[in-house]
Design a protein around this ligand. Structure first.
Ligand SMILES: Nc1nc2c(c(=O)[nH]1)N(C=O)[C@@H](CNc1ccc(C(=O)N[C@@H](CCC(=O)O)C(=O)O)cc1)CN2
Ligand SMILES: Nc1ncnc2c1ncn2[C@@H]1O[C@H](COP(=O)(O)OP(=O)(O)OP(=O)(O)O)[C@@H](O)[C@H]1O
Length: 186
């Protein structure tokens, strides 16, 4: 199997496992996420609006809105980094292709703390998304720019794998939050 094939197989397996999880497990994950964000340096936080069976972090966003500037990712081009537009709880979103929801023409923000969606993760902090490479490009750009960047993956324990297949462009997470609490890469 090529690396791309191994990634595709691992992605499919993790997405199936995620779809079978009891969404009530999002409760403890949201509580751990709020603490993790409050412990990280910076005020601008990027989040994600859940699609498919992704863990729903909107409860945490409602709390964090009191203390942080929130934004959501927007895909602007296939091989480009994401851009992030300001979002406040209650703001209307527009449905994009792939079923994502994005803010309507709000100001662009540069996140210092990124709440990152994922299909699979491992104990080293590597992740697999949907295969667009969007978060890899985005994190590479932000880290190269030198500012404080904390990438927090949020997932269910069911999405944990022994070793996610990796390539040189994969950007590791700084922290993974699940229903069992925060996990720092070994
Ligand atoms: N909630 C959420 N928002 C997000 C992301 C995410 O992973 N989760 N993204 C993270 O980057 C970006 C959107 N990227 C996405 C990339 C691909 C697909 C997707 O469903 N792809 C199809 C294949 C499409 C094709 O190649 O023709 C698939 O996987 O079946 C969805 C979102 C920005 N917003
Ligand atoms: N910084 C980069 N520059 C060029 N290509 C990149 C970069 N980052 C990732 N890629 C390429 O993008 C493709 C998809 O990467 P990968 O399978 O890791 O996506 P993913 O992490 O699952 O997706 P996402 O980050 O959108 O959730 C791969 O072919 C990878 O080589």
């Amino acid at each position: 199997m090529t690396l791309a094939e191994r990634k595709a197989a691992a992605r499919q397996e993790a997405i199936a496992a995620r779809a079978a999880v009891d969404p009530a497990l999002a409760g403890p994950a949201n509580r751990a996420l709020i603490e993790a964000v409050r412990a990280a340096p910076g005020r601008v936080v990027s989040a994600f609006w859940p699609i498919r069976a992704e863990i729903d972090v909107r409860p945490a966003l409602n709390d964090l809105a009191a203390t942080h500037d929130l934004c959501l990712p927007v895909v602007v081009a296939k091989n480009a980094p994401l851009v992030f537009r300001r979002w406040r709880p209650g703001d209307l979103l527009r449905e994009e292709k792939f079923g994502t929801f994005v803010p309507q023409a709000t100001e662009e923000l540069t996140p210092e703390i990124l709440i990152v969606p994922l299909a699979a993760f491992d104990a080293r902090g590597f992740r697999l998304g949907y295969g667009g490479g969007f978060y890899d490009r985005t994190l590479a750009g932000l880290r190269a720019a030198g500012g404080p960047v904390t990438a927090i993956g949020v997932a269910y324990e069911a999405q944990r794998m022994a070793e996610v297949p990796v390539e040189t462009t994969d950007e590791p997470l700084d922290l993974i939050v699940t229903e069992t609490g925060p996990h720092w890469p070994a």
